[in-house]
Unconditional design. Structure first.
Length: 355
């Protein structure tokens, strides 16, 4: 139940009235002489001026939680916390988890969050297909940290050692593609380093032994799999085409053909005002960049975005299809073809002859 500030004030006032009128009949583990009406009258906070983080274990009692909160400076009075929990009938409805509390929060607000299970209030969703700059923008917009601090940590090559697969990437490669897209809840105390490490380790957790086995069977490193997966992520719009697009990429690699994927050009020419340029010019297609898959054969030096698990799975396990070409049909799907002549027919049909 969501409590408005007004409701909270009314509840606090009601609690104070209950204590004033009925303190003699409140049954607690302490003796009546130990219960004072002033317990719930909260003075100005003398607790910590910093964010406090408290980890509550499953089964912790209200007394244990109150003691933890007091020792970490989240509340000024263990007794006040316990009595509020008792009077709200929440003493057995306190959720385990890691909680972060801003300075000088009223005890009732601390209790309410624990009762509701509102752990780590900094929530940020990183969707699939973003490049590093966009990931940083998302994290900064969620006030996890400022952009400059995040960029400094992420660009530090040494941080990659915190992730199993990031540590295996080629020397000098950025962390592009290694910051796993997911729903994150960061502690208020989380530093840019903490955030980056968690995202790298989330990728490690996502890559299953089966994915690793499939990659090894194809003679591919995980860096190559992530690079292919990132292209799939940017090219595929519907789920059932991921493995088909993966097949096209693998078939062209085996044949020694340039990949000729527009998404790699978009990465190469991306700017803060337009990270993924929709309409590529003739000049864009001949730009001298290692990410220009029209000009250079093989894979680009790094992934071009953060791929999600379905794209990683598709990269490691492509469809058994002979296709070498595909073209967008304009409805989110693609027309796949084996020969260049078939491809030109599809280009004429769906793009009016202009690819």
């Amino acid at each position: 139940m969501l409590l408005t500030p007004r409701t909270v004030i009314m509840i606090a006032a009601a609690i104070a009235a209950i204590i004033a009128a009925a303190s003699a009949v409140v049954a607690v583990s302490r003796s009546p002489q130990q219960i004072s009406r002033s317990v719930l009258i909260e003075p100005p906070s003398s607790g910590t001026a910093q964010v406090s983080t408290v980890v509550i274990a499953p089964g912790d009692s209200a007394s244990t939680i109150g003691r933890l909160l007091r020792s970490h400076g989240a509340v000024d009075s263990q007794t006040r916390f316990e009595l509020l929990a008792l009077l709200m009938d929440w003493e057995h409805q306190l959720e385990a988890g890691e909680y972060s509390f801003e300075p000088a929060l009223p005890t009732f607000e601390v209790l309410r969050r624990i009762h509701s299970g509102e752990t780590s209030p900094q929530r940020v969703i990183i969707p699939e297909g973003l490049r590093i700059e966009q990931v940083i923008e998302r994290l900064a917009a969620a006030e996890v940290s400022d952009s400059a601090s995040l960029a400094a940590v992420i660009s530090d090559g040494r941080i990659g050692e915190a992730g199993r697969y990031a540590a295996q990437r080629p020397a000098g490669a950025s962390l592009e593609g290694y910051l796993f897209p997911a729903d994150y809840r960061f502690s208020l105390e989380a530093s840019p380093l903490d955030v980056t490490v968690e995202m790298l380790q989330r990728l490690d957790e996502a890559i299953t032994p089966e994915i690793a086995r499939q990659a090894a069977a194809r003679g591919a490193t995980m860096h190559q799999i992530l690079t292919i997966a990132s292209i799939i992520e940017r090219e595929a719009a519907v789920e059932h085409e991921r493995r088909l697009i993966s097949a096209v990429i693998w078939n062209r690699l085996v044949a020694g053909m340039p990949l000729q994927m527009n998404s790699t050009i978009q990465y190469a020419v991306g700017q803060p005002s337009n990270w993924w340029k929709a309409e590529l010019s003739d000049a864009d297609l001949v730009i001298d960049s290692p990410y220009n898959s029209y000009r250079y054969s093989g894979l680009p030096p790094t992934p071009i975005a953060s791929p999600g698990l379905p794209s990683i799975e598709a990269a490691a396990n492509p469809d058994d299809a002979p296709y070498l070409y595909f073209v967008a049909k304009g409805d989110g799907t693609h027309a796949f073809s084996l020969t260049y002549e078939e491809h030109l027919d599809n280009v004429e049909r769906y793009l009016g002859g202009s690819e």
